[in-house]
Design a protein around this ligand. Structure first.
Ligand SMILES: C[S@@+](CC[C@H](N)C(=O)[O-])C[C@H]1O[C@@H](n2cnc3c(N)ncnc32)[C@H](O)[C@@H]1O
Length: 203
């Protein structure tokens, strides 16, 4: 099931209200750095939202690299597409689809994939993550950054509120599937445990 109603509504203000700089930017950059990208590679960005991953991704991929960005919300995807157009990343492609239903065969084979703050609000996120892994070549990396409860008396209720407002299921813990489905899995627990960043290599 696709749950994007709130993202249709907030697309125009998402970058301002999403606590990007105080909370979520550092884990995002950690996830992308963990991919060890090289110029010219192709990366899959699932649940791409307004395209906040695009700048750091292209920082590593350069102008010869490209991003295939997927999102179920046309409004969020349009913001991501506009960002790429402004920057002149004309090789990037934007697919409006429910990732829990999209077959991997409809995606170009990628060198790596990143999913930030999206799997835990997808319902059947297992299907989406399996498709992401299938869409990456053997030896390529898949990085997931996602949300759960923070530890600590003040941080825990704040993390609960953040998950509630964003529609994330803090019990989903999608990174656990990376441990089952990929090799060389490494993780970082950030923001008092509220954000988990994990990366694995496709077998
Ligand atoms: C919290 S936002 C994160 C956006 C972006 N990844 C970021 O780091 O800022 C979650 C995004 O996942 C998208 N999404 C939710 N369910 C989806 C699904 N089943 N398939 C594809 N995208 C989905 C939403 O439309 C929204 O843009």
């Amino acid at each position: 099931m696709v749950r994007t109603a709130r993202y249709r509504a907030v697309a125009s203000v998402y970058d301002l209200v999403s606590l990007e700089w105080p909370v979520y930017r550092l884990p995002r950059l950690t996830a992308i750095a963990a991919l060890n990208l090289r110029p010219g590679q192709r990366v899959l960005d699932v649940g791409c939202g307004t395209g906040l991953n695009l700048d750091p991704l292209h920082g590593a991929l350069g102008r010869t690299g490209s991003v295939t960005a997927v999102d179920a919300s046309p409004q969020m995807l349009a913001a991501a597409r506009r960002r790429a157009q402004r920057r002149g990343w004309h090789a990037d492609t934007f697919i409006c689809a429910d990732m829990t239903e999209l077959p991997a065969s409809s995606l170009p084979l990628a060198d790596a994939a990143v999913v930030t703050y999206a799997l835990s609000l997808m319902g059947e996120w297992q299907a989406a993550l399996d498709t992401v892994i299938e869409a990456v070549r053997p030896g390529g990396s898949v990085a997931v950054a996602d949300l759960t409860f923070a530890a600590g008396r003040l941080a825990r209720p704040a993390s609960r509120l953040a998950c509630h407002l964003g529609g994330s299921d803090p019990m989903a813990r999608p990174w656990t599937r990376l441990e089952q489905r990929t090799a060389n899995v490494t993780g970082w627990s950030l923001r008092s445990g509220h954000v988990q960043v994990w990366v694995g290599t496709v077998r």
